[in-house]
Design a protein around this ligand. Sequence first.
Ligand code: PEP
Ligand code: MG
Length: 293
Amino acid sequence: VLPVVPGLEAGAFRIVSGGTVELLVNISDIAELRSLDPGACDGIGLLRTEFLLSSASDLANEEKQFQLYCEMLKWADGKPVTIRLLDLGGDKPLGGFGAEERNPFLGLRGIRLLLSMPVMLRIQARALLRAGAFGPLKVLLPMVTFPNEVADTRRIFEEEAASLAKRHIAISMPAIGMMVEVPVAAIMLDTFTDADFFSLGTNDLTQYLTATARDNPSVVDLYRQATPALLRLVSQTVAVAHEMGKPIGICGDLAGDPERLSSLIASGIRQISVAPAQLAAVKTAMAQAGMDG
Ligand code: PEP
Ligand code: MG
């Protein structure tokens, strides 16, 4: 049973169980931050930039992206901000990307799409490298399947960093981590030596484990039945990450389910990122776990 202490900052709770469990937020829109006190969480665990940059012109606008990322860092006030590269395609055919795919969830989406369109990736990389000079920014790659995708993305960041530095523009190379949301990546986690950290995306992981589309109401029961399998895989994956000495957190919807909190903590998860709407319920579950203790 988990001992819990109220956090020292405004309203934040932390579980202390031979360490702390961090509670961060998933953000899709800058408006969400305006009604959220940064003191209520340990930072931003997932910023979904595909919603933040909603038009094709935003995707090409390095300056606008830089300003937005700086705004996030300013809000977080020294706490970490994990910004995910554009996760276009699949259920998010923004700007028309991925819309023409016959099986969009199985096609060119996330990092696959970015690596196939490096111009867009390089713009985002430059904006992130520049923003990184203003606070603790981390970069998260969506839909990684094989290790070469991490290595190729890192090389692009290094090339852009070198060219910005040559122009005497302030930059900082961020930690580069990956979503674990494709089953083969979870199973082969030990081969991802190039990733600095991991974040479990249980929404996509569930859909790919069960062959049930996450947005299809007629198979939602199958999707839900997968939770025990999912928890088993989460636990195995967390153990491998720990062996590798790399941080691992969870940012899929499972993280925001108060009933799963104890299982996640028991599996070794020490970083949980949830939608702002789930924050209160997860904090209550943390406090209750402590009271039970
Ligand atoms: C996930 O797949 O679990 C995830 C967090 O990413 P998204 O829901 O944006 O696909
Ligand atoms: Mg996902």
